[in-house]
Design a protein around this ligand. Structure first.
Ligand SMILES: Cc1ncc(COP(=O)(O)O)c(C=O)c1O
Length: 493
């Protein structure tokens, strides 16, 4: 229980004995605060060490050492035989910092920069921590081979591998870059020189780095609408002029963009599986986009976040595989194919820019861990990565089929689910008049975590819809959960 010393002088002063903060530190902090707030004024005598230690029930040595510390810091002055006093000449009123600190009672009072304001208005504040079923983008974490992975981590930490305990290579471990280059060749049809790869702490850090290196203030960025929220917001915050480009059944509407937003510096796209609508960009569109970028000196960011999961036919080659002029920054992540906490992704950087990206990574905080990089490289080289993807592809295909079937059966009055051949989520248009934010809130209250389509948009779509991830919901639970979706939406219809 906190104990308050008596006397007007020290009212509001308390000690929390159960706190992990040592008592002397609490005492020091309280006295500093009282002086800064002006509750104790310059020249005012502090209680004697004897009185204060009795009042607070602490040792006299503790109080003495606190007073000595305040004297050393200049908050107090000791006068031999007379006691300890609040230091003279401390004009806190003249200090704008202190005045401001006194005025601040809540976050709302804090003066923030334009950038902080832009950050605060981002829609990318997905819920962190615990997830509810159907949260988009979450893999089946319970099926990840944790024991096997731990062995790779332990090996990377072995005594003879102490060099992994340091920062690692500037653009990521060469063995991981080799493993990734081989994987991109096998799975994405890309001929990549490992020297072009820069390891990041995930796709999001890749977008931050690209914006950091390439963007000039006011540059036009073509961005899919709807599109990946956090990538869009970081470009905007870094000064880009985001041009919302609609997506049709062939992908990014390039003609619309050329007509309305000429001269983009960067074009952001998810050609394998449009986030969130799920469209695959047609070959004609891919070639048109590459030609346009080449002729207009625009850079393309290809976000290939979940291309491992295609359920019909073989995965399509990446857009980057067609890019003879090297205008594409190919971005990959292990957040979906393995798990997000691995915080590892990469960029295939066009020639001539690798050094600036490696240095940018250093300036932005070396994102990935050499230990994890080594473990991941061995995991890939031993075939464990591809094996896991193959297993998950089967599991996710079954979950997708079951979710689609249940939605068609139980939610036909409220939802129009869209078939999908790839990815980790289903888009379902809302059939009744309820808006998607209301539907999202109601479902979340019922323990179902969708995402409203409107958060992916900077220009409203003609229809409302919700996005339902199917990878993290167990087959056993899907039928009942869909019935719950149906009941909830009926109540809000
Ligand atoms: C389309 C898309 N791109 C990129 C990312 C970012 O992934 P990472 O965890 O690698 O930063 C996500 C995350 O959900 C995503 O949905």
């Amino acid at each position: 229980m906190p104990k308050s010393p008596g006397g007007a002088l020290l009212s509001g002063f308390s000690i929390e004995r159960s706190s992990q903060v040592p008592i002397y530190r609490q005492l020091e902090a309280s006295l500093r605060r009282l002086i800064l707030q002006g509750s104790l004024t310059p020249g005012q005598k502090l209680p004697s060490t004897r009185d204060l230690c009795q009042e607070l029930g602490v040792s006299r040595i503790t109080v003495k050492s606190v007073y000595e510390q305040l004297v050393a810091e200049g908050y107090a002055q000791a006068r031999t035989g007379a006691g300890t006093f609040v230091a003279q000449g401390l004009d806190f009123e003249a200090s704008p910092n202190i005045r401001r600190r006194r005025q601040r009672n809540s976050d709302a009072d804090v003066e923030i920069s334009d950038r902080a304001r832009a950050i605060m208005s981002s829609q990318a504040s997905v819920r962190h921590g615990e997830t509810e079923p159907f949260r988009p983008g979450i893999p089946a974490l319970d099926l990840f081979p944790i024991k096997a992975w731990n062995k790779y981590l332990l090996d990377a930490m072995a005594c003879e591998q102490r060099h992994h305990l340091s920062y690692g290579q500037l653009n990521g471990s060469s063995s991981l870059r080799d493993s990734i280059a081989r994987h991109l060749n096998d799975a994405r049809g890309m001929q990549v020189d490992p020297a072009q790869i820069v390891i990041t702490s995930g796709a999001q850090q890749a977008f931050v780095m690209i914006a950091f290196v390439l963007l000039n203030k006011g540059d036009v960025v073509w961005y899919e609408n709807p599109g990946h929220i956090a990538g869009r917001d970081v470009m905007q915050i870094m000064g880009a002029n985001i041009a919302a480009v609609p997506v049709d059944n062939e992908g990014l509407d390039i003609q619309f963009a050329i007509d309305n937003h000429p001269n983009p510096a960067i074009i952001f796209t998810t050609p394998s599986h449009q986030q969130p609508l799920g469209t695959t960009m047609s070959l004609v569109r891919r070639l048109t986009l590459l030609n346009y970028a080449q002729q207009n000196n625009a850079w393309i960011i290809e976000d290939d976040y979940d291309s491992e999961f295609r359920y019909r036919g073989r995965p399509l080659p990446a857009l980057s595989a067609l890019d003879s002029e090297r205008r594409v920054f190919y971005v990959g992540t292990f957040s979906k194919s393995m798990f997000a906490a691995i915080r590892t992704g990469y960029i295939v950087v066009p020639p001539g820019l690798v050094d600036s990206f490696a240095k940018a990574g250093n300036l932005l905080g070396h994102g990935s861990s050499a230990v994890v990089e080594h473990a991941l490289s061995c995991f890939m080289d031993d075939g464990r990565f591809v094996e896991h993807i193959r297993k998950m592809r089967r599991v996710y295909r079954d979950r997708r089929d079951l979710l689609f079937e249940c939605l068609m059966r139980d939610c036909q009055n409220n939802l129009d689910p869209q078939p999908t051949d790839a990815g980790m989520h289903i888009v379902a248009w809302l059939k009744n008049t309820v808006d998607d934010q209301t539907a999202y809130n109601a479902l979340l209250t019922a323990g179902i975590e969708s995402l409203p389509l409107s958060v992916y948009c900077t220009r409203p779509l003609e229809r409302y819809g919700i996005v339902l991830g199917f990878c993290n919901a167990h087959e056993r639970r899907i039928p009942d959960l869909v019935k719950r979706i149906s009941r909830t939406l009926r109540q809000h219809g």
